[in-house]
Each structure stands twice: as structure tokens, then as C-alpha cells.
Ligand binder design. Structure first.
Ligand SMILES: *Cc1c(COP(=O)(O)O)cnc(C)c1O
Length: 409
């Protein structure tokens, strides 16, 4: 038999969401009449906005009139221009078209980006974090095994706690790569300008690279908070940014995202010469990826049209109204709740010192509500629970009522 990539054997049992799915179907089989409300997985619940489906229809017709074969390697200029203008220039950030790489998802980008760095690179993550950052480095062989507490050897974990407003600062020690996500999944916390400045200063002093995931930037409610790490002086020398149309415009099933890599972000070769990460990623992307379909890039560009921006803005506002209700409702019921002000996630402490998974089971049994155990996002998530705002107002209200009845003080 052929030898496998043994690093996969180090991954901790089961990806979080399949395990949740398994427990929910088992419950539903035993309780066929229970109306389960799902506030678990981070997926949108509203349909694509009309401006987007109109753009899709029009693009489909175009593909019946002329050949749209392989698109330009890093994305169509019409989409990259809209991105550069609306996501960057509008906030005073200059990003050139050849610094934008359109892709089919930030999950892919945040998992693939580690490939352009040395296998011996050290890394840090905020804990808890989006599982892709850790798991893809484990698969690549950049870590040892996991300890009983769930920490992989070779990764520096920075606990997100109430004391640091769930937005930890940089580590004491030097590491090569730092994964940051703001607004944060799962904690719902948001980085301030001061938080990001501290990270950028640390990265420049240590010649480290920040991998910044801004999948939820559209959920930021306060205009003074940074949407992009490139709003911070010096970030164009030390950061890569990932953005996605998934949460901001309901593209989780439609698939479009991008990575922004200023040409000024450098790495170092073994012989000590500076190499542009933009050039490296361009090489990787064009070798392993054949662009997002024309019709999907047209749909993504429609997110920036006046109608598209207004309609997707209303969808974000709808989810944020859910977040407000959850924060308020569970807070009134006596739970300790965090986040949810600039992100579609509420991070709550489990009641009575229950473990994250014990609370998951009790919540399902007593309230017929599904959430996500905090421990699934990292060791420091133990004792916490993530409630997602992606659902209808009606279901959210019903869920809050049931949780308050089942557990409230
Ligand atoms: C949902 C999400 C993404 C986006 O993934 P896509 O592949 O673009 O759908 C990226 N990062 C985080 C933290 C997310 O929660």
C-alpha cells in the first residue's frame, strides 16, 4: 500500500461541523416532532439580492452569444477595478489591480496561503480561531501532534479572553506568520485601529507576515473602525489580506473571494534575498487555479453597483438586527454575552461551568436549539458557545425565548 501523508493523522477527531450534524440528526431521529432551530454553522439564510441575480442572468446570456473561455489569470479587470475602488480607495487605501487575486473562496485562500512559506516557518493564532488556519498547517507538516489540551506542538496560541476584549495582542516571542481575523469568527470581537497598529508594529519589528482575514468587514457598524489592515500605516510592508463575498453578499454557495497582496510585502529566500510575496502567490495561483467563472465575477461586481450595495447592505442590517436581539435577549436572561456588535456572531459563556459540548447537548435537548461549541475553535474556546445571527427574525426570537426558559436565571 502507498504511504499516506501522515500529518493528516495528527488532526483531532472529526471536523467540528460534521460532529454537530451527527448529533443533530441523532436527536431529530429520536424526536421527530421537535422543531429544531439552527443557529450553528455560519451560513447565510437570505437569497441572493435582486441586483446580483439580474447580473447573473445577463452574464449567462452573454455566454450564449460569445465564447467566454479561461478568464484572465487573477480575475477580470472589471471586478478588480470595482474592488480597488470600493473596498480600498474609498477608505484611502491604494491597491493596484495586480495586487488583487480573485479566487473561489477565503476558506481556500486562508488554507492555501501557507504554501508560499517555508515548512519551518513558525506561526501564531488567536485562540479560539477559524479552524482552517490551524488544520492546514497541521496537514502541511508545520506542527507536531496535539496535546491532551488540544494545543498542537509548534503553534503559538494567543488566548482571546474577556480581559483582552477577545482581541489578543502579538506574542512575546518571534514567529514568522500571524493569522488574524477581524471582525472575528467565532468570538464576534472587532479589532480597533490601536489593536491593528500594535500588530503591524510587531510584524515590522520582527520581520513577520500578518495573514489578515476580513471576511466579515461589511458587518462593522462604527465608521471609525478599520475595515482593512492596509488602513494601518506600514501594513503594506507586512500583511496579506483576504476578503470574501460569502457573508457580505450571500455568496457562500456562489463562491467568490479575493486576496490583496501589496507588491511591497517581502519574504526572504534561504540565501537571504528579498522576494515579493505578490510574485510568489501569483505563481502559485496561476499554476494551481483556473479563475472563477465569468458569470460569477459579473455577479460579484454587481455587489458594488448602487443597487447591489444598497440591497446587500439591507441584508447585513437584517442579520445585525438578529445579533442585537440575541445579545439583548440572552443578556437579559442572565447569560454573559460578548461580540455581536460588529459581527454576526455572539460569543457566550456556558451557564453553570458546563463544558462547551455539554451545553451543546443540553441546549439541543431542552430548547431544541443548535449552536456551536466554542471548544471546536481552539482550547481557549472551552466553556464558551457561539450563536450565529444567520436566521430569520422569527426563529431568532423563538430561540431566545426557548433558551431563556430552559436556562435563564
Ligand atoms: C466564512 C468565512 C470565510 C469565508 O469563506 P469562503 O470560502 O469565502 O466562503 C473566511 N474566513 C472566515 C473566518 C469565515 O468565517
Amino acid at each position: 500500500m502507498t504511504l499516506i501523508n501522515d500529518h493528516y493523522q495528527k488532526l483531532q477527531a472529526g471536523y467540528l461541523f460534521p460532529e454537530i450534524g451527527r448529533r443533530v440528526s441523532a436527536f431529530q431521529q429520536e424526536n421527530p416532532d421537535a422543531a429544531v432551530i439552527k443557529l450553528g454553522i455560519g451560513d447565510v439564510t437570505l437569497p441572493l439580492a435582486p441586483a446580483i441575480t439580474e447580473a447573473l442572468h445577463a452574464a449567462v446570456d452573454e455566454t450564449g452569444e460569445a465564447a467566454y473561455g479561461y478568464g484572465p489569470e487573477n480575475g477580470y479587470p472589471f471586478l478588480k477595478e470595482a474592488i480597488a475602488q470600493h473596498d480600498y480607495a474609498s477608505r484611502g487605501v491604494e491597491i493596484a489591480l495586480d495586487e488583487i487575486f480573485v479566487s473561489d473562496g477565503s476558506k481556500q485562500d486562508s488554507g492555501n496561503v501557507q504554501e508560499i512559506f517555508d515548512i519551518g516557518s513558525t506561526l501564531c493564532v488567536t485562540d479560539p480561531s477559524y479552524p482552517v488556519y490551524v488544520d492546514t498547517n497541521v496537514m502541511a507538516g508545520r506542527t507536531g501532534g496535539a496535546s491532551a489540551s488540544g494545543h498542537y506542538e509548534g503553534i503559538v496560541y494567543l488566548p482571546a479572553t474577556e480581559a483582552n476584549a477577545f482581541m489578543p495582542g502579538p506574542p512575546e516571542e518571534r514567529v514568522d506568520l500571524a493569522y488574524l481575523c477581524s471582525p472575528n469568527n467565532p468570538t464576534g470581537a472587532v479589532a480597533t485601529r490601536e489593536n491593528l497598529s500594535q500588530w503591524v508594529e510587531w510584524a515590522r519589528r520582527n520581520e513577520a507576515t500578518i495573514l489578515f482575514d476580513a471576511a466579515y468587514d461589511a458587518f462593522i457598524q462604527d465608521a471609525s473602525l478599520p475595515h482593512s489592515i492596509f488602513e494601518i500605516e506600514g501594513a503594506a510592508e507586512c500583511a496579506i489580506e483576504m476578503r470574501s463575498f460569502s457573508k457580505r453578499a450571500g455568496f457562500t454557495g456562489t463562491r467568490c473571494a479575493y486576496m490583496a497582496i501589496p507588491k511591497t510585502v517581502m519574504g526572504r529566500s534561504a540565501s537571504g534575498e528579498a522576494v515579493s510575496l505578490n510574485t510568489l502567490w501569483s505563481r502559485r495561483h496561476s499554476t494551481k487555479f483556473n479563475e472563477v467563472p465569468y458569470i460569477i465575477q459579473k455577479a460579484a461586481a454587481a455587489v458594488f453597483s448602487p443597487e447591489g450595495a444598497a440591497q446587500t447592505g439591507e441584508q447585513v442590517a437584517y442579520y445585525m438586527e438578529n445579533a442585537r436581539r440575541i445579545r439583548q435577549g440572552l443578556g437579559d436572561a442572565g447569560f454573559a454575552v460578548f461580540g455581536g456588535e460588529h459581527a454576526p456572531y455572539i460569543w457566550m459563556r456556558t451557564p453553570g461551568d458546563l463544558s462547551s459540548w455539554d451545553f451543546f447537548d443540553q441546549l439541543l435537548q431542552r430548547s431544541h436549539v443548535v449552536g456551536t461549541p466554542g471548544s471546536g475553535f481552539g482550547p481557549a474556546g472551552e466553556g464558551f458557545f457561539r450563536i450565529s445571527a444567520f436566521n430569520s427574525h422569527e426563529n431568532v426570537d423563538e430561540a431566545i425565548e426557548r433558551i431563556s426558559k430552559g436556562f435563564g436565571s
